[in-house]
Write a protein that binds this ligand. Structure first.
Ligand code: KG4
Ligand code: ZN
Length: 355
């Protein structure tokens, strides 16, 4: 009998248990992370080894260096996740891993590790889409949050407005046509020489800047009211900055950071609230690295209250990449018997499964 047949029998027994322990692994970009998640809602551990300091000197993630560091750290990170949860491998019912999208070499480290653990322990393997993971971070931080809701997923690689119709059931109603929101933060930070990663350093500089100093464009996408375009804002900041330097004008970088941040956040809030009104959602959920941004959190909360809507977002550490969010998403995949075979592969441009 093959692995899948064996596992199909096994999940019936697993689903009868009161406590389902999932060991989750996330290595899609520059965080090596492992977590133990109970019943999709409680993270007993969430170990995150961030490579930010390693990539900082290059001003961005170097894929080859990311893969090497995942290889070096993954065993230690998985061991620590089990230890922090006070568990051994035989306490684990199921192994989950991000298998896309992301950097192929980085994803492969997590996928190979998860496959080895699932095979060695003879337990089911579950492949998780990275965006589904980001959304599911909210199930851990908000114990009673249930679909349906509208989710704004904003990270370094994604800017999506998604209808979450049920657990793991998605419909994309808006997305970026070019740069992701986090990518725009990263590029503007690099231009201004503020450091890396861009989001936190721009946010920090913006705190003492004037958000009304410059009027950067709030781009709309023709005939697509819920789509985004951030490359125009980024180019406008670049042209403005370079022209001012050539003219020898004095510019306060903090004012540029604050005005740029305001433009991006205005667009994110505007599109999300319009989509919630149009598709009749009273619950708005934020996810992804940019959801750690304080101005986004307070602005969308204020706009939502005015429209009698409720906003949910994870604590900042659960906004950026972590394995607990993958463990939560995997629990709901397990409920639907969506288990993977041992030929599960890393898919750098994996599409989100939509209805
Ligand atoms: O979710 P994440 O860790 O990785 C991806 O899936 O891409 O998100 C990382 C992105 C980076 O672009 C980073 O600059 C951005 O999230 N970010 C922020 C903040 N913290 C992280 N952007 C704006 N404000 C922040 N506070
Ligand atoms: Zn991410």
């Amino acid at each position: 009998m093959g692995y899948i047949d064996n596992m199909t029998k096994k999940i019936k027994l697993i689903k009868d248990k009161n406590q389902i322990n999932i060991l989750a692994i996330e290595t899609s970009c520059d965080e090596t992370s492992a977590a133990v998640v109970v019943n999709g809602r409680q993270a007993l551990s969430n170990v995150i080894f961030s490579q930010i300091d390693i990539h900082r000197v290059y001003g961005g993630v170097v894929p080859e260096i990311a893969s090497r560091n995942h290889v070096e750290k993954i065993t230690m990170v998985v061991d620590k996740a089990l230890k922090d949860a006070d568990m051994k491998l035989f306490d684990i019912d199921c192994v989950a891993v991000t298998n896309g999208p992301g950097l192929v070499g980085a994803l492969l480290v997590g996928v190979s590790t998860a496959k080895s653990l699932a095979y060695a322990s003879s337990i089911p393997l579950i492949g998780v889409h990275h965006i589904s993971g980001h959304i599911s971070a909210n199930y851990i931080s908000h114990g009673r949050l249930e679909p349906p809701f509208l989710c704004l997923v904003v990270s370094g690689g994604h800017s999506h407005i998604i209808e979450v119709k049920d657990y793991g059931e998605y419909e994309i109603i808006g997305q970026t046509r070019d740069d992701a929101a986090g990518e725009a933060f990263d590029k503007v930070a690099r231009l201004l020489g503020l450091g890396y990663p861009g989001g936190p350093v721009v946010e920090n500089a913006a705190k003492s800047g004037n958000a009304n100093a410059f009027d950067f464009p709030r781009a709309e996408v023709k005939d697509s009211p819920y789509d985004f375009s951030f490359s125009g804002i980024k180019t406008s900041v670049m042209n403005f900055y370079n022209n001012s330097i050539q003219r020898g004008d004095y510019l306060d970088k903090k004012d540029i950071a604050a005005s740029f941040q305001q433009a991006v956040i205005d667009v994110l809030v505007d599109r999300t609230i319009s989509a919630a009104l149009k598709f009749d959602y009273q619950k708005i959920v934020l996810a992804g690295g940019v959801a750690a941004n304080e101005l986004l959190r307070t602005s969308i909360d204020r706009a939502a209250r005015l429209n009698k809507m409720e906003v949910f977002f994870p604590p900042k550490i659960m906004c950026t990449d972590n394995a607990a969010m993958i463990g939560s998403a995997a629990y709901y995949e397990l409920q639907k018997n969506n288990i993977a075979n041992l030929d599960l592969n890393a898919v750098p441009n994996l599409k989100l499964r939509v209805n």
